[in-house]
Design a protein around this ligand. Structure first.
Ligand code: GAR
Length: 192
């Protein structure tokens, strides 16, 4: 990706829709002395997103947009350009970005997805993995392209599905792995 110039940190915008536990883990990662990233903005399509609290706690700029049409997306793009954002990290962002938005940030959008892609693109991944009696599920970080959950995979972590797992218990164990996987994926993506 070759975005690092000298000792400058990569400017990141994290997009969230809900709880924001991945956002929190990325903020923690950004605070490490040797971290290559700086989180400049948190963007959400949901003004009620719990994760927006981290903007206040950690004094990070936050903005909410409805992402409902191209005009709204244009406003997002302007905001990202204004803040000199180099990389977008989708972290539990539940809106599908338009092709033109993705084109604007080609190769510079990452997403974390709660399954072992290419298995279980889309929603209800844990339920589908359990119903299919899979032995493993997990999580994936990938580049975003114009097809849903289909861009190049950066890294993955397998998690064993236990006999008594339900979607909630499995989601909880996978989420713990997501928090480690995303920072590692960013480091890897920056070296590509
Ligand atoms: C995470 O499990 C993430 O992988 C998933 O939403 C959850 C958000 O949790 N993302 C998707 O399903 C995207 N299609 P968080 O808000 O606590 O980070």
């Amino acid at each position: 990706m070759a975005l690092l110039t000298g000792s400058n940190k990569i400017h990141i915008a994290v997009f969230i829709s809900g709880t924001g536990s991945n956002l929190k883990s990325l903020i923690k990662f950004s605070k490490l002395k040797k971290s290559p990233i700086m989180i400049k903005m948190i963007i959400s399509n949901n003004y009620k997103a719990k994760g927006l609290q981290y903007a206040d706690i950690y004094k990070i700029k936050k903005k909410v947009f409805d992402f409902k049409n191209t005009l709204s997306e244009k406003k997002v793009i302007n905001e990202l350009k204004k803040n000199d954002i180099h990389l977008i990290c989708l972290a539990g962002f539940m809106k599908i970005l338009s092709k033109s938005f993705i084109k604007n940030f080609k190769g510079k959008i990452l997403n974390i997805h709660p399954s072992l892609l290419p298995k279980y693109k889309g929603l209800n991944t844990h339920e589908r993995a359990i119903n299919n009696k899979d032995k493993y599920s997990g999580c994936t970080v990938h580049f975003v392209n114009s097809k849903l959950d289909s861009g190049d995979i950066i890294n993955q972590k397998k998690v064993r599905i236990k006999k008594l797992d339900n979607p909630k218990t499995l989601a909880k164990r996978i989420l713990i792995q997501e928090h480690k996987l995303y920072p590692a994926a960013i480091i890897k993506a920056l070296s590509l």
